[in-house]
Design a protein around this ligand. Structure first.
Ligand SMILES: [Zn+2]
Length: 280
């Protein structure tokens, strides 16, 4: 996979260089194909699966414009986090472009739910923040009840969220692999929880699981296609609900998507990836 520079208003676009005519798939909610346990986008005959950790890396670093060239149906899994993508992007020069970035501000409370205890709410920001909180409770078992809410900045994303890995229960692995998902998953490249905690692995944070769920939210919310301001709190949610709240946000955004020209701190300016060969 290769992160390539892109012009203002290009957005994040995946390009399948292994297919005839190198078809492109814009990373926008309109192109989502419903699939369990990951985020899949598709346009015409081209599909890119498991885009959420790449999208989180780009959104976490506030990169708005990037062409992601990929020679496979899904990005390299690396260690199940966004760390490798963030490292590659940081080694590149990230440039400020001479255009305002489009920002959507949540201006009224929104809620999407799947059941009494599974849902995501969004609230207007107090200032200019983008805050993501998550509450996770798998009941009795090796993963403790965890809750965390963070106001996201590139620095906080790099340090506190990007290194947090996908996790799974040992008993779930076999069921998934029987369905053709995660064939390459081993305890070395994904956090597999047995009865007594991670198998052949160490946690990077005591609450790494909830941090990874926040990472997934950031990646999925990035399919809005522009910057976001508001406070999001998710309870036990997954990709499907993440997509649903972003559809709600987009539905209520006034066209053109709340373009903001107020002077934001420099860390909030338009950025673009300006790297020719990034991720290996
Ligand atoms: Zn994930």
């Amino acid at each position: 996979m290769e992160f390539c520079p892109a012009e203002p208003h290009h957005g994040i676009v995946f390009e399948r260089v292994d297919l005839v005519d190198t078809p492109q798939v814009p990373a926008l909610i309109e192109y989502i194909v419903p699939k369990p346990r990951c985020t899949v986008i598709s346009h015409g005959d081209a599909t890119v699966s498991v885009v959420e950790h790449v999208m989180a890396a780009l959104a976490g670093l506030q990169i708005d414009n990037c062409l992601v060239r990929i020679n496979a149906p899904e990005p390299p899994g690396c260690d199940g986090s966004s760390a490798a993508f963030v490292d590659a992007l940081l080694k590149a020069e990230i440039v400020v472009q001479d255009e305002d970035r489009e920002i959507v501000i949540v201006d009224q409370p929104l809620l999407v739910t799947e059941s009494e205890c599974i849902g995501i709410g969004a609230q207007p920001p107090r200032g200019a923040e983008f805050e993501v909180g998550f509450f996770l409770d798998y009941g009795p078992g090796p993963i403790s009840c965890q809750s965390l809410s963070l106001e996201m900045t590139p620095q906080r994303f790099i340090e506190d969220i990007a290194p947090c890995r996908t996790f799974i229960l040992e008993k779930e692995v076999k069921a998934l692999q029987a369905n053709g998902i995660g064939q390459r998953a081993t305890p070395q490249n994904i956090l597999v929880f047995g009865d007594n905690g991670p198998i052949e692995n160490k946690l990077r944070f005591p609450d790494e699981c909830v941090r990874h769920k926040i990472l997934d939210c950031i990646g999925d919310f990035a399919l809005l296609g522009c910057d976001l301001r508001g406070r999001f709190i998710a309870t036990q949610s997954g990709h499907r609900l993440n997509h649903a709240i972003i559809r709600e946000v987009k539905k209520r955004a006034r066209p053109p998507l709340g373009k903001i020209t107020l002077p934001f701190p420099s860390s909030l300016l338009v950025l673009s990836s300006n790297q020719r060969r990034a991720a290996g």
